[in-house]
Write a protein that binds this ligand. Structure first.
Ligand code: NAI
Ligand code: MG
Length: 338
């Protein structure tokens, strides 16, 4: 039976990479019945609100979604719809795997899964300016918060993921030397959870700036990372860079009542509408979605086909120094799927 799922094509390169992903998923025989909904700029133009009720209602019903990137205005304008969706559905775990596909890059064997806390920290949305616009003493502030229960569930998610995916080590990334309260609590709670998994998963911890450097020097020393919202946002882009860029990095937003799959990258306005965006990240997000609904072998078939197309067939989009178009790449993956 077909599984109902919400589809949000998004804006910028979103509709292009979504079309490519749907083609590949269909070729793999994935049985999703898509309920297409709008969010972000596209929704703003159509209905005057960036997050229509119909979109929220669809996700409430399907509890499963695939989402293209959404543009967030910088500075003013509406708040991030990505953040709003994570908050609305309490999508507390952001899982971002990155694995070397393209040989001959800077690093041969990167295989890291980063688990980012997705609802707390500095992205709480509690921010404002105290004082009047032009006043030199006006003060801007953004409030970061964390709760013991929030820390506990993200740490537990990471260690349970390690066990269920045969991962050996989880590195807790923090800044507890400076942000003693905020990330001190994160470290303390994570270490408590780590002790429960002693003997099954190795745990260590590292300060975020040292982690950023070590990732560049020798990424192979990392297996899994669990970290806070902002550190995870930044480090996951860095890790994507280690494996060939944002075009290859998928992500899952997991909560107890809904799961939303997307690419790590944004709407890429610089290449939108040109038909050259790399759809791999969203296709790989589709694979994570297949894993989530209990179809891991179908997901593995798609991953394998995609890797063969990039590595063996040398069909690559311009971000990977090739000449393929978005749809040309998708068609090559479909051919590999047979
Ligand atoms: P971006 O990720 O859209 O682009 C960064 C660079 O990577 C650009 O040069 C772009 O061309 C390239 N790139 C990204 N994805 C690519 C792909 N699939 N194939 C080839 N090249 C690709 O980041 P940027 O420019 O900072 O953000 C643009 C907009 O996207 C902003 O409004 C931002 O808020 C939003 N955004 C949305 C996200 C989401 O919906 N989950 C995540 C990140 C950003
Ligand atoms: Mg980001």
């Amino acid at each position: 039976m077909k599984r109902r799922a919400t589809l949000i094509p998004g804006d910028g390169i979103g509709p292009e990479i979504t079309a490519a992903t749907l083609r590949v998923l269909a070729a793999a025989g994935a049985e999703f019945e898509w309920d297409e909904q709008l969010a972000g700029m596209a929704a703003m133009e159509e209905s005057g609100t960036p997050l229509p009720d119909a979109t929220l209602e669809s996700l409430r019903q399907t509890q499963l979604g695939l989402k293209g990137p959404l543009t967030t205005p910088v500075g003013g304008g509406f708040r991030s719809i990505n953040v709003a969706l994570r908050k609305e559905f309490d999508l507390y775990a952001n899982v971002r795997p990155a694995k070397t596909i393209v040989p001959g890059g800077r690093y041969e064997n990167v295989d890291i899964v980063l688990v980012r806390e997705n609802t707390e920290g500095l992205y709480s949305g509690f921010e404002g300016i105290i004082g009047i616009g032009g006043d030199p003493r006006a003060m801007a502030q953004s409030v970061a918060y964390t709760t013991r229960v929030g820390r506990e569930r993200i740490a537990r998610y990471a260690f349970e993921y390690a066990v269920s995916h045969g991962r050996k080590k989880v590195t807790i990334v923090h800044k507890a030397n400076i942000l003693k309260a905020l990330t001190g609590l994160f470290l303390e709670v994570s270490q408590g959870v780590a002790r429960e998994f002693a003997g099954r998963v190795v745990a260590d911890d590292i300060i975020v700036d040292a982690c950023a450097m070590k990732l560049v020097l020798d990424p192979a020393q990392f297996d899994m990372i669990v970290t806070t919202n902002m550190f995870g946002d930044i480090l996951s882009d860095e890790i994507a860079g280690l494996v060939g860029g944002l075009g290859l990095a998928p992500g899952a937003n997991i909560g107890s009542k809904c799961a939303l799959f997307e690419a790590v990258h944004g709407s890429a306005p610089d290449i939108a509408g040109k038909g050259v965006a790399n759809p791999s990240a969203l296709i790989l997000a589709g694979c994570m979605m297949l894993d989530h609904v209990g179809e891991p072998s179908r997901a593995d078939r798609v991953r394998k086909a995609l890797e063969q197309v990039i590595r063996d067939d040398n069909v690559r989009t311009p971000d990977l120094k090739g000449h393929a178009t978005t749809m040309g790449f998708a068609d090559a993956v479909c051919r590999r799927l047979g």
